[in-house]
Ligand binder design. Structure first.
Ligand SMILES: [Zn+2]
Length: 281
């Protein structure tokens, strides 16, 4: 086992096309996360991860390819597949992040939370709550009904973002202030008692330059011990349990740094789409 830095929530760009970016993404991850760095490439309703890892650039050929993660030997970097899924809970929309599902898996949007978690269980993913008190956060739903954390066997909630670099961006009611403070307060007061819930810090970035701005330190096995997809998810699950343990023993380690400008640019890039959708309604 070795301690590595993981930034498991990154979208790389606002738009879906990942063309020609593999080397840049892996190099940036290596630069900011260091050896063994583990970077989550998060699909929306698209296939960003698959687009990246199906690229073949000189210097990035030596790799271990699993369905849900790819290890680049020369750079000593893991890329991990994830999906951010819009779910409908109490007539509101929120986002659930799932890590470690196969690159071809696309869990449908806008199902109820429990239906979504059932689908996650079928695909052997590790689900987590991201930006709980920011836009599309599910924090209130889980605070009001903590049974939700363990409602679906096989898809118990494994992590809670106590810090999300992009949630440091606030503007009016749409992007509320103090989202991260509130999230960490809830974790410190009650949520640490949830036996499987790890407190994590991830970037949620939409540009290569912010890869690794936030991260959480965790213990992962050497890549040679990760034989298949299931072993990878097991290793990730154990690593998350270790993160919770570290918190309880007061030696949690990671980085919490704002990605405000990145989140602002992302909001600006998305604005025409949001306005067009509003006009269609
Ligand atoms: Zn995100």
């Amino acid at each position: 086992m070795r301690t590595i830095k993981a930034d498991l929530h990154n979208h790389i760009r606002t738009w879906s096309s990942m063309e020609g970016l593999l080397g840049k993404v892996v190099d940036k991850a290596r630069q900011t996360l260091g050896p063994g760095g583990t970077l989550g490439i998060i699909d929306s309703d698209d296939s960003r991860y698959k687009q990246l890892v199906s690229q073949h650039q000189k210097g990035y050929a030596d790799r271990l390819s699993l369905k849900n993660a790819t290890y680049f030997s020369a750079q000593d970097i893991w890329l991990v597949h994830g999906q951010e899924i819009p779910v409908t809970q109490n007539d509101q929309q929120g986002h659930l992040l799932v890590l470690g599902t196969g690159a071809d898996v696309r869990i449908p949007s806008k199902m109820s939370l429990t239906d979504t978690l059932t689908a996650v269980a079928n695909e052997n993913g590790a689900p987590g709550i991201v930006h709980p008190f920011h836009k599309y956060g599910l924090g209130a739903a889980f605070i009001n009904d903590p049974d939700l954390f363990t409602a679906v066997k096989g898809a118990k909630i494994r992590f809670w973002e106590i810090y999300n670099g992009s949630a440091e961006f606030h503007l009016g009611r749409m992007f509320p202030a103090r989202a991260n403070e509130l999230s960490e307060e809830h974790y410190a007061e009650t949520l640490y008692k949830q036996p499987l819930l790890a407190p994590v810090s991830f970037t949620d970035g939409h540009k290569i330059r912010v890869i690794g701005r936030c991260c959480t330190e965790m213990l992962m096995p050497p890549h040679k011990e990760v034989k298949d997809e299931e072993a990878f998810v097991d290793a990730l699950g154990n690593a998350l349990s270790g993160v919770r343990q570290a918190w309880l023993e007061c030696h949690w380690a990671g980085q919490k740094r704002p990605a405000r400008l990145d989140a602002f640019i992302h909001a600006v890039e998305l604005a025409p789409l949001v306005i067009a959708n509003e006009l269609k309604r």
